[in-house]
Design a protein. Structure first.
Length: 392
């Protein structure tokens, strides 16, 4: 995403950087304390200040970044705020996410509410329930947004592609605008330098003082037979749920036989420390993907890349089972179920997996929720594996 990535890619190609990435990955997956995590309460506030030259991995109930970071920042928490900070890529997961002043090169974010009141030099990719680019918010490149409501009051140097129930544009878009929404409002003072392409059942509401320099084009939405589509989706969904449940059953049985009690302990860890587990999981998986890509770029690194890819796949399966266990046991305990034996734990884990599978079928947000659940499960499972290795 932009020229900033070019310099970063050159840095990562140096042997010392590759060794650093490997060390970070191993520490992130197998040593929770390596990323500043501890066994403290999830209510702790995490603050990053000063100047930093390496990647930063932050997780807590409240995360605030006001530092100058010369590399990427990964942050997960209920409230995540970049307050006058500078960074390369900002990868954020939380409930409330805010960029207040400062500058980041690129941003990828998922949250309930996202408020951009700072500068993103290149691209923004975000999914939220409520998304706002304030009047002092500026995106230098393109923006790809998905939300229930989107308010664009600032400026976008490239194109805006967005899907929402309602999209309101008050600011300036230097490229084209491609919208999929129930309601589209182009307010007075808004300016779109390119085309306005929309998919909606009603015409956009374009105020007299708005400026659209390109064409206004509507893209028709094909409407297939909803009844036949519904029955087909139901059959496919039932088949997927059955396959999903069988796969989780086999996974739980195998893990229980190989490492008794691991998934139950990981589920308890995930329930007690969800945000730190999510932070470790996201950081470890992202670093693994980056490192695998670097290894595959070299002929001599392909075997290590394949081994790392297999390790990531195994960790993802462990994360899925841990998240399923956590959801199932949470429901069981809310129902007042007493001591749960092995058979009952497997059954509740399958119930949790089915719930995750149903959520994954929700358009846009479902896949993201499943990915975050797996990442949190990876963080919790890796923490328990590390504890067992230390006491072995």
């Amino acid at each position: 995403m932009g020229s900033h990535n070019c310099s970063r890619e050159r840095r990562l190609k140096r042997p010392a950087s590759v060794v650093l990435m490997l060390g970070l990955f191993v520490a992130g997956v197998f040593a929770p304390h390596a990323f500043g995590q501890s066994d403290q309460s999830e209510h702790d506030n995490v603050t990053l200040e000063g100047s930093h030259t390496d990647m930063q991995f932050l997780a807590g109930r409240s995360v605030r970044v006001s530092a100058d970071v010369a590399d990427d920042v990964f942050a997960a928490g209920r409230d995540v705020t970049f307050d006058g900070a500078t960074a390369e890529n900002a990868i954020i997961a939380g409930y409330d996410v805010a960029l207040r002043g400062g500058t980041v090169a690129d941003m990828i974010a998922a949250a309930s509410t996202i408020n951009i009141a700072g500068t993103i030099e290149d691209d923004l990719v975000a999914a939220a329930r409520s998304m706002r680019i304030a009047s002092d918010g500026a995106i230098g490149g393109d923006a790809r947004l998905a939300a229930e409501t989107i308010d664009m009051e600032g400026s976008i140097g490239g194109s805006l592609r967005a899907a929402a129930r309602r999209i309101t544009v008050v600011g300036k878009i230097d490229g084209k605008a491609d919208f999929f929404a129930e309601r589209i409002v182009i307010a007075s003072g808004a300016r779109i330098a390119g085309d306005l392409i929309y998919r909606s059942g009603i015409e956009p509401e374009i105020a007299d003082g708005a400026t659209i320099e390109g064409e206004i084009r509507r893209v028709e939405i094909d409407a297939p037979d909803l009844t036949s589509v519904g029955y087909a989706m139901l059959r496919v969904g039932l088949l997927l749920m059955l396959s999903w449940a069988i796969a989780v059953l086999l996974l739980v049985a195998i893990i229980q036989l190989v490492v008794p009690g691991l998934m139950a302990d990981a589920a308890d860890q995930l329930r007690a420390h969800p945000w730190s587990s999510l932070g470790r999981g996201v950081a470890g998986l992202l670093l693994a993907v980056v490192l695998a890509g670097l290894l595959f770029a070299s002929i001599f690194g392909i075997p290590l890349g394949l081994a790392l890819a297999m390790t990531v796949a195994i960790l993802a399966l462990l994360g899925l089972v841990a998240a399923s266990y956590c959801i199932g046991l949470f429901i069981a305990r809310r129902r007042g179920t007493g001591d749960i034996q092995l058979g009952g734990r497997i059954g509740w884990a399958i119930a949790g997996a089915i719930i995750l599978g149903v959520i994954a079928l929700i358009p846009f947000i479902g896949g993201l929720v499943l990915a975050l659940a797996i990442a949190a499960g990876v963080g919790a499972a890796s923490s328990e594996i590390w504890k067992r290795l230390r006491t072995a």
